[in-house]
Write a protein that binds this ligand. Structure first.
Ligand SMILES: [Zn+2]
Length: 623
């Protein structure tokens, strides 16, 4: 009730558009553009009380220790106690952390946020006995309990996947050695990170107009995306990559550390290859990655067609990797936030009225923190707050990128909403393997609508280039990266030396395989592997962007179908995928939605999509 009254006080016409380049204070922004966190906690007092409840729940949890073997009732009670701790954790964490992101200069809120982190460490300690103790009960016994106890049956997948992981857990002595060796795990990445951020000296270049640019990664990318002078782009590209080339032996030695560590883990735990080890947790067959790599390599023609088209349009005698991001036309449209909301709501019409109503609630119910203000966290995210509704943080700046970011985060939020509504706590979260499906699918729907509504040729060209570039970077480049990681890991699996020359050779052969002769060669490109942080921080991770993208392309074929029956079925299966949250292995969830990632056709859906977009772009450009 109280909330309603305060809403009525808001004047109906408080449209707000920050001046480009200005940074308003948070107070200067009208309330309806700021998220309302009261659905998590009404106040800091309520937060404090919830914090105390969580603290008490953690202390009480130890009473279950040593009792699980007594029977299914104990196991159910322990699982429920964990769910309760989990739900409280979301509440205390997000209330503090979302408030903190509003203005990260606030020390009091930061202190509360850190207080929660300390409590989480305590929680982890207090529950670390649970999995090992459950695993001491023979699986046959646990299965008979699952069959005989309906409350426990809810946890079937959680329990089965725990036993699945157990297949590669060692005996006590082995696990002790592994945990001692674990101290070395982060050394390669920590060193990489120190070398590329803390200790790095970013080079400065002088542009043809006399201006100077210091090439941080952000500045470097911005220059490649906006500077229309090829000499400047060449200078930036060569200088930026030369800093990696100058230290390539050091990077190769660090990367060898990553490869050796991964191979050590795989062998110690009895996996055939490093890829098997990486995919086992999510129960993904290695054939999925093999298929992805092989089929993508066969489907590079639309990518090459796009670059041949770009070369013609740019009209330069050479066309190199530093020419691939420049816009094909100058078109600086601005998208006011108040106009964009309605389009995003319209764009999800194919997903049905309930989905659409949910998207409307996100806009009307203050789930979104829209504009940048001084002290606010940068970037964008969707926060899956269990027990409340999802929240989105944006730094909306009226560019096309910002609009698509909003569509993207909305996809994550709808996934969270449907999953939280449909699943018990234990499966409410979803894995990264499916997470980027709803976000990229929302982007695809939004693109369809924008293209339909585009008023002129330039606008259509900008939209098509946006869509094509995102396929190139989210799909093709990521598959190429996955291919690189697999080949590099094979070096150690086959006892081959890992040197800068060997890694450079893998990378340049991949550039050849993808671009052939449509992009002119540049010597320094071969060291690109050294500047990809994912290779050093999270091996075998990036392929998931590509599998999500392929899944989306496949799902969109059904959602766009001309046949109403087929369309309806595709939409239902898709919404069921969102509702399923983390209740099964990702391959099973996707296959129920009609996506089989081990099939070449699924991967081919992306090159088919790209081919059609490039065809439309060619028609618009008439070259
Ligand atoms: Zn995302």
């Amino acid at each position: 009730m109280e909330k309603l009254k305060s809403e009525l006080k808001v004047p109906p016409l408080d449209n707000f558009r920050p001046e480009p380049g200005s940074l308003p204070s948070r107070d200067a922004i009208p309330a309806r553009y700021k998220w309302d966190l009261t659905s998590i906690c009404k106040s800091w007092d309520e937060w404090q009380a919830t914090y105390k409840q969580l603290d008490a729940a953690i202390a009480a949890f130890t009473s279950f220790q040593g009792t699980l073997a007594r029977g299914p009732e104990r196991v159910v009670a322990a699982f429920k106690a964990m769910d309760r701790m989990g739900a409280l954790s979301y509440q205390v964490w997000y209330y503090a952390s979302l408030h903190y992101d509003e203005d990260q200069r606030d020390n009091d809120i930061n202190a509360r946020r850190q207080q929660v982190q300390i409590l989480f460490a305590k929680q982890q300690q207090a529950s670390s006995w649970f999995n090992p103790e459950l695993l001491t009960i023979p699986i046959a016994t646990v299965r008979s309990w699952l069959d005989g106890n309906g409350d426990l049956a809810v946890y079937r997948f959680a329990i089965e996947s725990l036993f699945h992981e157990q297949e590669h857990v060692l005996d006590e002595h082995g696990e002790r050695l592994m945990s001692l060796a674990g101290r070395f795990n982060s050394v390669p990445y920590d060193s990489y990170s120190a070398l590329t951020t803390a200790d790095v000296k970013f080079p400065t270049i002088t542009l043809t107009n006399g201006g100077k640019v210091t090439l941080t990664y952000g500045q470097y990318r911005a220059l490649l995306e906006t500077n229309r002078n090829q000499d400047d782009r060449a200078n930036a590209y060569r200088t930026f990559h030369q800093t990696f080339a100058d230290n390539q032996n050091t990077y190769a030695a660090l990367y060898n550390g990553v490869l050796q560590r991964d191979w050590f883990h795989a062998r110690a735990r009895g996996y055939k290859t490093t890829l098997d080890a990486a995919l086992h947790g999510n129960n993904i067959p290695t054939s999925v990655v093999e298929n992805l790599i092989a089929v993508t390599k066969q489907g590079v023609e639309p990518l090459r067609r796009y670059h041949r088209l770009r070369r013609r349009v740019l009209g330069t005698s050479t066309y190199r990797l530093f020419d691939v991001f420049v816009p094909l036309v100058e078109h600086a449209a601005r998208y006011a936030y108040d106009d964009v909301g309605a389009s995003i709501i319209d764009s999800v019409t194919p997903l049905g009225s309930t989905y659409q109503q949910n998207v409307r609630s996100a806009f009307d119910g203050r789930w979104i923190d829209v504009f940048e203000n001084s002290g606010k966290r940068s970037g964008a995210y969707s926060a899956p707050v269990y027990g409340a509704h999802p929240y989105m943080l944006l730094n909306y700046n009226e560019t096309l990128d910002a609009v698509f970011t909003l569509a993207h985060e909305m996809g994550h939020s709808m996934h969270t909403l449907l999953s939280h509504q449909s699943q018990p706590f234990v499966y409410a979260g979803y894995t990264i393997f499916v997470a980027e499906v709803p976000s990229t699918l929302n982007e695809a729907l939004f693109l369809d609508l924008m293209l339909e509504r585009a008023r002129n040729r330039d606008e259509r060209i900008v939209l098509l280039q946006h869509a094509i570039d995102s396929i190139a970077s989210t799909f093709y480049t990521q598959v190429m990266f996955a291919d690189y990681e697999r080949q590099a890991h094979r070096l150690v699996e086959e006892d081959q030396p890992v040197t800068a020359d060997a890694l450079n050779a893998i990378y340049s052969s991949l550039l050849d395989a993808y671009y052939g002769d449509v992009i002119d060669k540049e010597d320094v490109s071969r060291v690109t592997w050294a500047r990809i942080p994912h290779f050093f921080s999270t091996p075998y991770y990036v392929y998931q962007y590509a599998t999500c993208f392929a899944s989306t392309a496949r799902l969109m074929q059904g959602i766009r179908s001309k046949d109403p029956g087929e369309r309806e079925e595709a939409v239902n299966r898709y919404l069921n995928l969102l509702r399923a949250g983390g209740s099964d292995y990702p391959m099973n969830l996707l296959s129920r939605a009609g996506v089989d990632l081990s099939q070449p056709d699924t991967v081919r859906a992306v090159s088919a999509e790209l081919d059609s977009l490039v065809g439309r772009l060619e028609a618009e450009l008439r070259v």
